[in-house]
Design a protein around this ligand. Sequence first.
Ligand SMILES: Nc1ncnc2c1ncn2[C@@H]1O[C@H](COP(=O)(O)OP(=O)(O)O)[C@@H](O)[C@H]1O
Ligand SMILES: [Mg+2]
Length: 295
Amino acid sequence: MAKQIGMKHGNDGENGSFQGICESFNVPYTGSNVLASSIGMDKVKAKQLCEANQIPVTDSLDFYESDWEKDEDTILNEAEMIGYPLIVKPCSLGSSIGVAKADNKDELIEAVEMAFRYDAHILIEDAIQPLMEINCSVLGTTENCRASVCERPLGVTETLSFKDKYQSGEGADKGMASADRIIPADISPELTEEIRELSMKIFKTFGASGLARLDFLVNSETNKVYFNEINTIPGSFSFYLWEKSDISFSALMEELLQIALKNHHQKNGRVLTYETNLLNEKAAKGIKGLKGIKN
Ligand SMILES: Nc1ncnc2c1ncn2[C@@H]1O[C@H](COP(=O)(O)OP(=O)(O)O)[C@@H](O)[C@H]1O
Ligand SMILES: [Mg+2]
């Protein structure tokens, strides 16, 4: 019986490398395939894919360390045309490592140089403000998927004031004990639906599978929604969003395994290799000789 492998989150567990090993050894695995995993891990490629599919993203520019060394001024000018405040990010890291906000040129240069410590490819983007972050998880395949309830993770200051408000003193509501997020997100039904629909569209656009969490930046004054990132192996598999969507943790795990097995069977049910040596046939008969060759 084939071994079933569950994926590890972060870097090589999430960026397609491990998925590639599983593909090579024909081992079924949960989650997205090599392509979706690797594009999802690259913030610049992910934005380009979204832009090409009319999924809204923030204005941005990207460049490599060699571009910066050659012509820092042009990059700074282009960034200033987007306008401060700006956000600087290494292209392929997670967990906010190397992400910084810049309000002026000095801070921008400092943020870029700091980001180069982590990656040779950098993204500078328009900082959304006032910012509200909303996340939504999608479960299934590109052919058949569904979206969870939305969550609103709270920022550090907001978390503190929230804890102050709801958790200080006697008789504080114990249900709020780990209140660093609000589920379901305290946003309008219209915005919730817009984000759930957009999440499924993005899941399909990336060709994701199993489960992903889509993170959005929302301008809380205008309610304009921007794609921020797709996490193909989100922390805790976003189980807390599915629990609030009436899917228990064990049912979620079961479904992820079933999807992995289905993908595996589909892959193995298709003809992917040819017994005939095509190159020899071509050498013997020319390209026309290939017509009609079947497995
Ligand atoms: N364009 C932006 N405008 C405002 N805040 C942003 C923007 N991009 C990122 N942030 C803030 O920085 C955090 C980390 O950025 P993100 O792109 O999610 O990187 P990571 O992959 O490290 O999670 C976000 O959760 C958000 O709070
Ligand atoms: Mg993030």
